[in-house]
Design a protein around this ligand. Structure first.
Ligand code: ADP
Ligand code: ASP
Ligand code: MG
Length: 409
């Protein structure tokens, strides 16, 4: 008997009728003779609403406040796991719900973006052993101090993959509102093409560069634990996208996917003294403040005396980042400090980059043709990212999709 973990996102459990639809998907797996553990998200829109309530009350400046944030925003999943268990019971299928602490799914203490440290499989295995469906609240866990934690937005994907790893499931099916992973967000490019397969490594880049179809950590975890992950829709009976090892993809395209992120802000400091230790003095306080710096460029002035530094941080961290930079003013003696929230990062991803040349050129030409100015560039072995003005995000994604002829199979 195989064990399958199914995860249903917010749109799949958005109301009672859809929860009934989810229950039929669960039943289908059971009818095939499989055991099933299900992970559910909150009803779509609910987590945003809960975050909104919290933000109205608190600037979330303390650890104590973040603990309460988790207490509030984790509740959406408690509702849906109970409702799905009830729905299954009504269909004559034995089922019980589990919140994070009831499993327990243990995490570190980083409230709001906690990492899973251990999942104790016994309670769920016991339920499965008694012939029940285990319905698990995604997105939540329990911290070392016994308090509820959440895993960061989109975290139910990670709950599902981690559970699949802990239970040694045969497969983890992620049901969402699109029928697979596409060459780019199908809501922006209507001609985006569904991929039958994508390598873990490319999916990891796509997710971390903004393609929210899977949370980045879920892909990381699938890769590290060899979890077989499939992305598909709960609204139709069509094949989805399978995450595979690179060798299993026979023909490598130049580019596999395009991702974008509007969650970027740019900070520029001008005329810092060009002497050793300045970058360390700048980025140290940002690291201490737990702010992830992403793209960095440094430009030395013609006379070599001074240097400008531009870097990006998550939009939500901009104010804290500026406060941290202010603290370095005396040491760095920069002339001016600029911040810009109206930027976006657009990235092309593909392992094919390793063996094809001229990719950057095609990218820059396509953007130039649309008169889109590039503010910052960063590259890795399998991706090129550019920072541009936010208003051109969709134009850039479409232009790149066309330039790399990604509509064609
Ligand atoms: P869920 O609530 O099921 O977790 P999400 O909203 O988190 O769903 O993720 C699904 C969304 O991801 C899609 O609706 C789509 O707009 C977006 N998306 C972004 N990039 C891609 C991509 N390359 N392929 C598929 N979907 C993508
Ligand atoms: N409900 C949470 C969110 O909206 C977790 C998830 O859906 O994956 O971020
Ligand atoms: Mg999601």
């Amino acid at each position: 008997m195989a064990l399958i973990v199914q995860k249903f996102g917010g749109t799949s459990v958005a109301n009672i009728e859809r929860i009934r639809n989810v229950a039929t998907k669960v039943k289908k797996e059971l009818d095939l003779g499989n055991q099933v553990a299900v992970v559910v998200s909150a009803m779509s829109g609910v987590t945003n609403q809960l975050v909104g309530y919290v933000n109205e009350l608190s600037p979330l400046a303390t650890q104590a406040a973040w603990s309460e944030y988790d207490q509030v925003v984790s509740t959406g999943e408690q509702v849906t796991c109970g409702l799905l268990a009830l729905c299954l019971q009504q269909m004559g299928i034995p089922a019980r719900s589990f919140t994070g602490w009831q499993i327990p799914l243990q995490t570190d203490k980083a409230h709001g973006k906690a990492r899973i440290t251990h999942i104790e499989p016994d309670a769920i295995n016991a339920a499965l052993g008694e012939g029940m469906v285990a319905v698990v609240a995604g997105f939540q866990g329990i911290g070392p101090d016994g308090r509820i934690t959440t895993l960061g937005r989109g975290g139910s994907d990670t709950s599902a993959v981690a559970l699949a790893a802990a239970l040694k499931a045969q497969r983890c099916d992620i049901y969402t509102d699109v029928d697979g992973v596409y060459t780019t967000d199908p809501r922006i490019v209507s001609g985006a093409r569904k991929l039958d397969k994508i390598s873990y490594e490319e999916m990891l880049e796509m997710a971390s560069l903004g393609a929210k179809v899977l949370q980045t950590r879920s892909v990381e975890m699938a890769m590290n634990h060899g979890v077989v992950v499939q992305v598909l829709t709960s609204f139709a009976d069509v094949p989805g996208t399978l995450l595979v090892n690179e060798e299993e993809i026979v023909e490598q395209k130049r580019i596999t996917g395009i991702a974008y992120s509007r969650d970027e802000a740019r900070i520029t400091l001008t005329e810092i003294a060009n002497i050793p230790g300045m970058s360390a003095a700048l980025f140290g306080p940002l690291a201490d403040a737990n702010i992830n710096v992403d793209m960095i460029v440094q430009n030395i002035t013609e006379d070599g005396r001074a240097t400008d530094i531009t870097f990006t941080v998550p939009k939500g961290d901009l104010d804290r980042a500026l406060a941290a930079v202010e603290k370095t003013r005396d040491k760095l003696q920069f002339k001016s400090l600029h911040a810009d929230k109206n930027v976006a990062k657009v990235s092309i991803v593909g392992v094919g980059m390793r063996s094809h040349s001229g990719i950057a050129q095609t990218m820059f030409n396509a953007l130039a043709e649309k008169n889109i100015n590039i503010l910052v560039i960063s590259t890795s072995e399998i991706k090129i990212s550019v920072l541009i003005s936010e208003e051109y995000t969709e134009l850039a994604v479409r232009a790149l999709h066309a330039a790399f002829e990604m509509e064609q199979a």
